[in-house]
Design a protein around this ligand. Structure first.
Ligand SMILES: Nc1ncnc2c1ncn2[C@@H]1O[C@H](COP(=O)(O)OP(=O)(O)O)[C@@H](O)[C@H]1O
Ligand SMILES: CC(=O)OP(=O)(O)O
Ligand SMILES: [Mg+2]
Length: 395
């Protein structure tokens, strides 16, 4: 029996779970959300108790400090040395890392060097790794890559139609992200379908602050919406998703505040998406309130958001030539029933039929009618469990 900590640093959050392994028993878990926004919220669940605090948490290093403090404050561990394994989610593994890997100073450096492929994430992961390494120098550290699950994509899907040399010399291609989540929920969906995973076709919608949609054929990723970096694909909290790259030079020529291509990428990563259109917030809960209050920018932001999800589901119904199930997961996918309704009510031509009552009542599992040609599931993701399992496998 040993204690393993799974750390999932997202663009706006840090989720953690402490497990007793190999039993996969959750000892304690926590969530630090709205990192970098005002009023960050930190939640700890331990021994049947839940504590929630509102603090200002400007970055991930500070989030780690609070996490470590909470482990002691709640007496979850007496000594940090009780934690013998620590797994870190890493968004970008590039062509270098196609499976989970033991951490070493060299690996941490390589993950940092891959930052251009996940500028909002890899630096945060490295900050977390270094902060933990100071306190848990003897624990087995493992990096678990979001991109690994997408390593099965066929070349026709992952290549961009640009001259070959850009792939051959610079590894420019689609890598995708949220792989552990897409993998986990597709496995869970196969159980709900009562079918061997190998015989299933599933479209998984991971809709959080960052969001991506994957076509999973027989348990393998065959296409996914995110691209070279997590900027591509559908519209997100602060990210634009796909757009015509000609916008880049045009904006640089016309907006004096956009001096370099990095300025443009920063704008598309950090000031776009729901935040850019609504001018209220990147958080779907604030968009919901804005719509209720009749704010037309919030209404438009929401319509655009659902439109992009709907179109990718349509694409992947074509990629898979039909599907057994569509799965919604992550912060927005699990909680925003109004988003699921807006998306699915536009897909009835495909025989997709939402059970509106189940959807509105936040039922987990099946939320489509028995007649629906494609089943619709809400499945809470568990990236942390996938991370802990990989730590256990490598220890
Ligand atoms: N009850 C809720 N209703 C609607 N949206 C929610 C709710 N709870 C969380 N969210 C949304 O989920 C997002 C965070 O999702 P999450 O998957 O944790 O993101 P990430 O891992 O990218 O940080 C928040 O930005 C918020 O928009
Ligand atoms: C890749 C990505 O966007 O991750 P997250 O949703 O956790 O920010
Ligand atoms: Mg996430």
């Amino acid at each position: 029996m040993s204690k393993t900590l799974a750390v999932n640093a997202g663009s706006s959050s840090l989720k953690w779970q402490l497990y007793e392994m190999p039993e996969e028993k959750v000892i304690a878990k926590g969530l630090i959300e709205r990192i970098g926004l005002n009023d960050s919220i930190t939640t700890v669940k331990y021994a049947g108790e839940k504590e929630e605090r509102v603090l200002d948490i400007p970055n991930h290093t500070e989030a780690v400090r609070i996490l470590l403090d909470d482990l002691k404050r709640f007496n979850i561990v007496k000594e940090f040395t009780e934690i013998t394994g620590i797994g870190h989610r890493v968004v970008a593994g590039g062509e270098l890392f196609k499976k989970s890997t033991l951490l070493s100073p060299k690996v941490i450096q390589q993950i940092e060097d891959l930052s251009p492929m996940a500028p909002l994430h890899n630096p945060a992961h490295v900050a977390c790794m270094r902060a933990f390494d100071k306190v848990l120098p003897d624990a087995t550290g493992v990096a678990v890559f979001d991109t690994a699950f997408h390593a099965t994509m066929p070349e026709k899907a992952f290549r961009y139609p640009v001259p070959n040399k850009y792939y051959d010399e610079f590894q420019v291609r689609k890598y995708g992200a949220h792989g552990t989540s897409h993998q986990y929920v597709s496995q869970e969906a196969a159980k709900l379908l009562n079918k061997p995973l190998e015989e299933t076709k599933i479209i998984t919608c991971h809709i959080g602050n960052g969001a991506s949609i994957t076509a999973v054929d027989g348990g393998k990723s065959v296409d996914t919406s995110m691209g070279f970096t997590p900027l591509g694909g559908i519209m997100m909290g602060t990210r634009s998703g796909d757009l015509d790259p000609s916008v880049f030079p045009y904006l640089m020529a016309h907006d004096p505040s956009l001096k370099t291509s990095q300025d443009v990428v920063d704008m598309l990563n950090k000031e776009s998406g729901l935040a850019g259109i609504s001018e209220i917030s990147s958080d779907m809960r604030d968009i919901r309130d804005g719509r209720k209050a009749g704010n037309p920018k919030a209404v438009l932001a929401f319509e655009m958001y659902c439109d992009r999800i709907q179109k990718y589901i349509g694409q992947y119904l074509a990629v898979l030539n039909g599907a057994d199930a569509i799965v919604f997961t992550a912060g927005i996918g699990e909680n925003a029933e109004y988003m699921r309704e807006a998306v699915l009510d536009g897909l009835t031509w495909f025989g997709i039929e939402l059970d509106h009552e189940k959807n509105a009542n936040h039922v987990e599992g099946e939320i489509s009618t028995p007649e629906s040609r494609v089943k619709v599931f809400v499945i809470p993701t568990d990236e942390e469990l996938m991370i802990a399992r990989d730590v256990e496998a490598l220890k």
